[in-house]
Design a protein around this ligand. Structure first.
Ligand code: F0G
Length: 482
């Protein structure tokens, strides 16, 4: 993609879109933000948007839609079966993802449920580059286990490794030999590995995984929820593809997988999801579960309007000016935080900037959830809602013991084409203040802990009155500023 240089020499990511529909935001006073935190059990998932200024919880279903997506929604063909909207989507999947058969589902985790129901049994082991919360929950729910096989470099916060999402090929073969190929229903590769900071894998690594899968006769499944951004980073970082284009890279990646599933809430800036494959056998193995869990085969639990938006959104992922927007803003934020010495995952990845709470809150033990504490503290002092991606997001082991996360991250999502640069600068500014006052951040403890996916609904409380002390310091430094 052609870079646009500023005369001043400044490195500024320039928006190649204009704003045509806007939504007003509120920045409520810090006293209200403190109350809101208590009401939400110090869990940013439970805040309501009327108290949130910049919503950096996720990019899921929050990427800005294009005019063409909105227009397509108006021509939706509402029919229970055989809707023309579905055939437009199927064509988009064939053109963009290069797969012949499509099974529509209502969102990414619905695909994970169906794949797990079909293939995972008690005693199954699923090797993967890294888990995603919902993928793991569905696999363990069906009696299976997972093995995470990244290279050590993936866990290094301050790194310049271009492909931290690569699967460790030697370990993969070891795990297959140890557990036996017949106990391994599939290998899962997650594009732009979410929980280690949105880090991509290389096409070459996927080829190496494919070779092992072929050697042992195991299916290879690609989680393509963040495939567009992974492909964009391949264009930027993998020598072989430096003169290539999005379509070629995406096709090269999907052609290496037997099955690709995705959350359309991310991939195509819409809602919904899908499972696609070239294999009629796989299609037949999964087909019956769509009407059982989702809806008829031509809508899969989605509104037909979303089906149309998804079709257009899929084509738009091939547009580098669109797909580069979020990674370039993330890089801007990561570079700015890094310049101030704030520990962030490097290199900048996709989805969001990831602040290392293990270092920022080095004084908070993992048993008191440093990443959850940092997320709560940032909301308190800024109205910015991030997401805890640390031990609160982990699930307890089969004996009910707490399992501590490899990384304690505060994720600040930058959904596509949603924020302006001054908003990003506000986030940077408030994080700088928080970093300078980090000793004021205290720990959290659970008061309500649900048994499954506890991070969504769980309720916590601060271990002492640190939020009140932090508010007092904020008011001292900012006087009457919001
Ligand atoms: N796979 C990956 C890599 C994801 O990031 C997600 C969702 C899913 C699967 C599940 O898709 O939400 O449509 O059911 N990630 C969101 C996030 C929730 O905030 O990172 P879903």
């Amino acid at each position: 993609m052609q870079e646009i240089k500023f005369y001043s020499g400044e490195n500024i990511p320039l928006e190649l879109h204009k704003v045509r529909v806007v939504q007003k935001l509120n920045l409520v006073p810090i006293e209200r933000r403190l109350e809101a935190l208590y009401e939400a059990g110090f869990n940013t998932f439970k805040l309501t948007t009327k108290d949130v200024f910049l919503d950096m919880l996720t990019d899921s279903g929050t990427n800005a839609m294009s005019d063409n997506q909105m227009a397509a929604m108006m021509q939706a063909d509402d029919a229970y079966a055989g809707s023309q909207s579905f055939f437009r989507l199927e064509k988009a999947v064939q053109d963009v993802l290069g797969k012949k058969y499509l099974l529509p589902v209502h969102q990414g985790r619905a695909a994970e449920n169906i794949i797990s129901v079909a293939y995972v049994r008690k005693g199954s082991l699923v090797p993967m580059n890294y888990h995603f919360t919902t993928a793991m929950a569905h696999i363990t729910d069906k009696g299976g286990q997972i093995a995470e096989l990244l290279y050590d470099e993936a866990y290094v916060i301050n790194s310049d490794h271009p492909f931290k999402g690569n699967m460790n090929i030697e370990k993969l073969e070891e795990v297959i030999n140890y557990h036996g190929p017949k106990n391994i229903p599939f290998i899962r590769m997650e594009a732009s590995t979410n929980l280690i900071g949105g880090q991509p894998f290389s096409v070459q690594n996927l080829r190496d995984v494919r070779a092992i899968a072929d050697k042992y006769g195991i299916r290879l499944i690609l989680d393509g929820s963040l495939l567009g951004e992974n492909a964009f980073l391949v264009l930027q970082r993998e020598e072989e593809f430096k003169d290539s284009d999005m379509k070629t890279v995406i096709h090269t990646m999907t052609s290496l997988a037997d099955l690709c599933y995705f959350s359309a809430r991310k991939l195509s800036s819409s809602r919904g999801g899908g499972i696609c494959t070239d294999s009629l056998e796989i299609f037949r193995e999964l087909e019956a579960f769509i009407p059982l869990y989702e809806g008829f085969l031509t809508y899969g639990g989605m509104s037909i309007r979303e089906v149309e938006a998804m079709a257009v959104g899929l084509y738009e992922t091939l547009d580098e000016t669109m797909i580069s927007q979020s990674p370039s803003f993330i890089k801007y934020l990561v570079d700015a935080l890094d310049a101030k010495g704030i520990p962030v995952i490097k290199p900048a990845g996709v989805l969001g900037a990831h602040v290392d709470a293990m270092q920022v809150c080095a004084h908070i033990p993992q048993s008191q959830y440093p990443a959850g504490s940092l997320a709560a503290a940032l909301f308190l002092i800024s109205g910015v809602r991030g997401m805890e991606r640390g031990s609160i997001s982990n699930q307890r082991d089969e004996y009910g013991n707490e399992t501590y996360a490899d990384m304690e991250l505060l994720r600040l999502a930058v959904p596509r084409r949603v924020f302006t640069l001054s908003q990003i600068k506000y986030v940077e500014d408030r994080l700088n203040w928080l970093y300078d006052n980090r000793e004021l951040i205290g720990g959290l403890k659970f008061v309500y802990e649900p048994p499954v996916l506890r991070f969504f609904m769980g309720g916590l409380k601060p271990i002492d009155d640190w939020p009140q002390k932090m508010m007092a310091k904020f008011k001292e430094d900012f006087s009457d500023s919001l």
